[in-house]
Ligand binder design. Structure first.
Ligand code: COA
Length: 239
């Protein structure tokens, strides 16, 4: 999915503010505190010398409008960003291997235009996808495996209801994830447009921020971490 220019503007403005509050060089703030390196499809090494990142930084230096340049650069990059160690996708859900004994759940909108992926009427479809996903896990993973997730989405009742209570009840703050979609994804709707209320709240708080203390609280929602034994899902889906 191609995200709107407003999504890149938010990240650009965050990096500018971080640079001015902390004294970090802007290129460091862009690398450490935005999802741009990952969004440009450069992986997760965050290597400041990566030639594509260096090409981006040339424009950061020379272009008059950094937000506009960032968006243009993103459009020149592949649309789909690979999920590390992804094992399989099942509609809106996917899972990745985290070491030998844990899997991580991922979510993206795979519905056709016009359908709300987290709406109540699509809940049976989400449950069916998760059932297929866990059938695959059942066939391939250790019986003692654990299931983990980290996302802003666990704040939403519409997302939590996709999962067994024993999994979502373990939710606790995951800490800042300035480089990751589990934080930045909260500004997007299913069309890749920015949610105006969330963006306005964020920018207002950012404006008021006098120093770096608790800078993560500018984000309306914090990413939550959840984890439970895979058997919780086998029981839930009667596998
Ligand atoms: C997840 C995603 C598809 C939700 O988009 P959406 O257009 O709100 O989707 P839905 O229409 O299915 O909405 C789901 C519900 O959550 C609510 N919701 C979604 N985002 C919200 C937000 N930031 N704040 C408050 N409520 C939100 C919606 O209002 C809706 O509730 P309702 O039916 O009671 O109105 C979209 O945010 C997205 O694609 N994000 C990027 C991917 C991402 O973040 N993945 C997770 C990475 S870990």
């Amino acid at each position: 999915m191609t995200y709107s220019k407003a999504f890149f503007d938010l990240q650009w403005r965050f990096a500018i503010r971080i640079a001015s509050l902390s004294g970090l060089p802007l290129e460091q703030a862009l690398l450490d505190c935005t999802n741009l390196y990952i969004r440009f499809g450069l992986g997760r090494d965050f290597d400041p010398r990566h030639p594509v990142w260096q090409a981006y930084l040339v424009g950061v230096e020379s272009e008059a409008d950094g937000g506009e340049w960032t968006y243009r650069f993103a459009l020149s990059r592949p649309r789909e960003v690979e999920v590390p160690a992804l094992v399989g996708r099942f509609g809106c859900f996917g899972y990745a291997q985290l070491g030998d004994d844990r899997i991580r759940l991922h979510f993206h909108n795979a519905e056709p235009p016009g359908r709300s992926p987290l709406s109540r009427d699509r809940l049976p479809a989400r449950h069916a996808e998760l059932r297929a996903l866990f059938r695959h896990v059942h066939a391939h993973a250790e019986a003692s495996a654990r299931v983990a997730g980290v996302s802003w989405l666990y704040n939403l009742a519409a997302y939590r209801r996709c999962f067994p209570a024993a999994y979502v009840e373990t939710a606790k703050p995951a800490g800042p994830r300035f480089r990751n979609m589990p934080l930045w994804g909260q500004f997007l709707d299913r069309h890749g447009e920015v949610r105006p209320d969330a963006a306005a709240t964020f920018l207002e708080r950012l404006d008021r921020q006098a120093d770096m203390r608790d800078i993560a609280s500018c984000f309306p929602m914090q990413p939550l971490a959840v984890e439970a034994p895979v058997s919780v899902f086998y029981d839930f889906h009667q596998l």
